[in-house]
Design a protein around this ligand. Structure first.
Ligand code: ZN
Length: 878
């Protein structure tokens, strides 16, 4: 465990490294509890350091290491010449350049933090980003130290597959019969991109020919039992490689690209050079075991990690404050890739939903920070929705402001200028400017200013002058450490609808969508030759990560749902209509009144259910009510009971009122096609299963019979899990339990399906009670050391089961606090993420907020916390 009150690191204190490491030669002898690591470093004084004429001590980061010896230029270094400290090793430098050899011993077996070298189901693997390499050996573990790595791995013959970055250059057996393999990565890289894998693995192989005609070997490694679940990831990889050549002109550089699936992993996947390591859940799939959502997630994560080869690896980050340089850009790239492979509008809707529910909440909570943070205690806490998703929105806005061709010119200049370097967000923006003589001076504020801007829009029509005026105010609320905010440069894409729903022409060129450049706190935009009072379609395609207020009537929202040429805004109108209804119902509930059926919402939904002109996936999204979490994110104090009651009432009312339509559309889409994870079929299944869920909400025997029939017949996991979820939520507990048991006995050998089975129960508003969640934690398939299981059961309850977690007695909060305290000893990164729902206590009504706060305080008082957990808990209590 780390110290009780960790220090804060500031961007303003950045200093170039004192020493560079030109070459890094690593030698591993793998043993579960005593792995020996020998590291030989070619050290050189950094000419760009401060005071390069002096020779300060060489600082090497280290954690949980047992130091065996230090040699310099072949000579053993006596203990007086170095100092071992809790966070690293300081060594007196003998000169400008020297060879340093360090021998350490580590214990992968007891490493449950899943940072550094650890064992997952008997397989050795590593996770070094952000600061895990220091758990392998003493090293300048910072991304601006880039080195050429050679790695030799020695292991017993029971680990026949031994992998590291780059190309395999040698292999053989040692005198005592162990296997020995040497890998060399010709591209200089920071230590966070280092990877090593050792295990008894099988592989699937393929090939990719680059545009310039080079043949790349592709390999996907996994345990033998999963070998039939690799095809989709391999196809996705080849699509991503082609796309990056075509859209960004980026070719792959090594001769081999490897992916390894591991069951124990803190995040989704990791872009280690030439050797990506994946959470099994984000790479393994078959139609019988993985849902459409899982297929799409795999496609996008495989692409994301592959794209990092340029945006992250060839050009990397100078320091971790620049994390969004690689993550924001790469998320933007993978989102565009997914949009090109599937339905663009639906992909956008999914991303915006995540942003609105989770990123807006982060921006309004105690951990609020800019896309480029200016301080942190523990960098692992800053792999956030703000850095990733809002960071991607910032890159998207540059794309919108400059246009696609100019953006590509900027990207080309960025890669050309900075190839092989560790750079900053500023370097990215400057390349975009320089390639296009553009001015993004004010736009840069998006990187340094936290908080979600709110746009207040008013309009005015002058029938005599035929002019239409939009008046837009922007305001960004205060966030911790940033009291007052400056106006941002916000690209606001808009259209104007005429009385028949047609797009009006907005300028001489006949444009129907214009990007307004909002740069002032308050600004007026005037449109001429507008023949009638139009209805504005605001923020088309969600052109900026902001909230928009405009006094739409329900009738206007229904009109936009019918006519807007912007599919995203059609969906957005449906969500605004639902939010209006849910807001009113919450008010009725709080006032103790009987809740009234939301007529406008019912007729709005009625008009889209059977609209066969629209993409069924878009219809499914339009028929989906905002989640309780998203409702909680609306302004004002959160009243959990009111949210739960209003949402349940709305869902049940819609289900009953529109039953016949839901049934007709369900029947029409219930086609028993053979499975393919292609956009068209995914769309049909999503609408069919949306209809099924509404039908089951009526809890009628006929509806539940449909779900049972689908559950029994389903040949793919999408239909099977959707039917099971409906039964778990709406059938009697006996039927729910019988179905769950049947499902479990069919799939108990399959790790990914068991995770689905856990998550379905813990997140069910009716079935997922605290008692059942506690029972799941005692189930033999539950493992507290496996983050996927923890996320499925504990986060499934605390983050996705608003109804049960927010039970008025506060038992949900106490449970989460207990789990977080226990988990902090096992895996601090996961503990710090899991606690998030409690840390937002300030937004809740008095009594509930008080109970949540007390649970956070109890965590704080429970003893010495990890740096990860301490940071989020202390900021929540501040
Ligand atoms: Zn990434």
């Amino acid at each position: 465990m780390k110290e009780a009150q960790p220090r804060t690191i500031y961007l303003k204190d950045y200093q170039a490294p004192d020493y560079l490491i030109d070459r890094t030669d690593l030698h591993f002898e793998l043993e579960p509890q005593a792995t020996l690591v020998r590291s030989r470093l070619q050290v050189r004084r950094n000419p760009a350091a401060e005071n390069p004429s002096q020779l300060p001590p060489l600082w090497l980061d280290g954690a949980d290491l047992e130091l065996l010896s230090v040699h310099i230029d072949g000579e053993l270094v006596p203990a007086q010449r170095f100092r071992e400290m809790p966070e690293g090793l300081s060594i007196d430098a003998p000169g400008e350049t020297f060879e340093l050899e360090i021998n350490t011993r580590i214990d992968p077996q007891s490493n449950t933090s899943l940072e550094g070298l650890y064992l997952s189901n008997g397989m050795y693997c590593t996770q070094c980003e952000a600061e895990g390499f220091r758990k392998i050996t003493y090293y300048p573990d910072r991304p601006d130290v880039m080195s050429v790595f050679t790695t030799t791995i020695v292991a017993p013959a029971t680990y026949p597959v031994l992998l590291s970055n780059g190309n395999k250059v040698d292999s053989g057996t040692t005198e005592d019969g162990r296997l020995r393999v040497t890998w060399e990565d010709p591209f200089a890289k920071p230590a966070y991109l280092f990877a090593l894998v050792g295990g008894d693995l099988q592989s699937v192989e393929d090939e990719f020919t680059t545009l310039s005609g080079r043949t790349i070997k592709l390999q996907l490694f996994t345990e033998a039992k999963n070998i039939g679940k690799c095809a989709h990831a391999m196809t996705s990889l080849k699509h991503a490689m082609r796309w990056d050549e075509e859209v960004y002109g980026r070719e792959y550089d090594l001769d081999i690209f490897m992916i390894v699936a591991v069951d124990h992993f803190n995040m989704g996947a990791m872009e280690n050079k030439g050797l990506n390591i994946f959470n099994s859940a984000c790479v393994l799939a078959s139609p019988e075991t993985a849902s459409d959502a899982a297929f799409q997630r795999i496609e996008s994560i495989v692409a994301h990690e592959y794209f990092h080869n340029w945006s992250g690896n060839r050009v990397t980050c100078r320091d971790w404050f620049q994390l969004s340089l690689k993550e924001g850009f790469t998320v933007f790239r993978d989102a565009e890739f997914s949009a090109d492979m599937n339905s663009r509008a639906v992909k956008r809707i999914e991303d915006v939903t995540l942003l609105r529910t989770a990123q807006f909440a982060e921006d309004a909570g105690p951990m609020s920070h800019p896309v480029r943070p200016d301080s942190y205690m523990e960098i692992s806490n800053f792999y956030t929705l703000t850095v990733y998703e809002k960071g991607a929105e910032v890159v998207r806005m540059i794309h919108t402001i400059l246009g696609a061709d100019a953006f590509r010119r900027g990207s080309d200049l960025y890669f050309q200028r900075h190839d092989g370097c560790a750079v900053t967000c500023e370097d990215f923006v400057r390349a975009m400017e320089d390639a296009n003589s553009a001015d993004l001076a004010q736009f840069r504020r998006w990187y340094s200013q936290a908080g979600t801007p709110l746009l207040d829009v008013r309009d005015d029509y002058d029938p005599d002058g035929q002019t239409y005026t939009l008046r837009i105010k922007q305001h960004t609320p205060a966030t911790p450490g940033q009291e007052s905010k400056l106006p941002l440069h916000i690209p606001v894409a808009i259209g104007l609808l005429g009385e028949n729903g047609e797009d009006l022409l907005l300028d001489e060129s006949g444009a129907t969508t214009l990007v307004l450049h909002l740069t002032e706190a308050e600004q007026e935009f005037i449109f001429h030759n507008i023949p009638m009072r139009p209805l504005p379609s605001l923020l088309r395609g969600f052109s900026a990560p902001v909230r928009v207020h405009y006094g739409y009537t329900d009738a206007q929202l229904q009109f936009l749902m019918q006519h807007d040429s912007d599919e995203f805004n059609r969906w957005d109108a449906s969500q605004r209509l639902a939010l209006n209804a849910l807001g009113e119902l919450q008010a009725q509930f709080r006032a103790g009144e009987t809740m009234q059926a939301p007529q406008a919402l019912i007729s709005g939904f009625a008009s889209v259910i059977d609209n066969t002109e629209l993409d069924p996936a878009l219809v499914a999204k339009m028929l989906s009510l905002p989640s309780a979490q998203e409702l909680a994110e609306q302004e004002g104090e959160i009243d959990a009971a009111a949210i739960i009651a209003a949402r349940k009432f709305t869902r049940d009312t819609l289900a009953n009122a529109l039953q016949a339509k839901f049934l007709a559309r369900f029947r029409q889409l219930d086609l028993h096609k053979s499975y393919a994870p292609v956009a068209e079929d995914i769309a049909e299944r999503s609408l069919k299963n949306t209809c099924l869920a509404y039908l089951c909400a009526t809890a009628t025997e006929e509806a539940l019979a449909l779900a049972r029939a689908q559950f029994e017949r389903a040949e793919n996991m999408t239909d099977s899990a959707a039917a099971l979820a409906a039964l778990v939520e709406y059938a009697t507990p006996e039927v729910a339990e019988a179905s769950l048991n049947g499902f479990y006995s069919q799939w108990q050998q399959d790790t990914q399906v068991v995770e689905t089975w856990f998550g379905l129960q813990s997140s069910s508003a009716t079935y997922g009670t605290l008692e059942r969640v506690k029972a799941l934690m005692r189930h033999p398939a539950f493992e507290i050391t496996n983050p996927n299981k923890v996320r499925a059961v504990i986060a499934g309850f605390a983050a996705r089961n608003f109804t049960q977690f927010h039970r008025a007695d506060g038992s949900g909060f106490e449970f989460l606090a207990d789990q977080v305290i226990a988990l902090d000893k096992v895996n601090p990164q996961i503990a710090a993420r899991l606690v998030t729902p409690l840390t937002r206590w300030k937004k809740y009504r008095g009594e509930e907020g008080g109970k949540m706060r007390a649970s956070v305080q109890r965590i704080m008082d429970s003893g010495t916390l990890s740096r990860d957990l301490y940071e989020v808990v202390s900021k929540s209590l501040a």
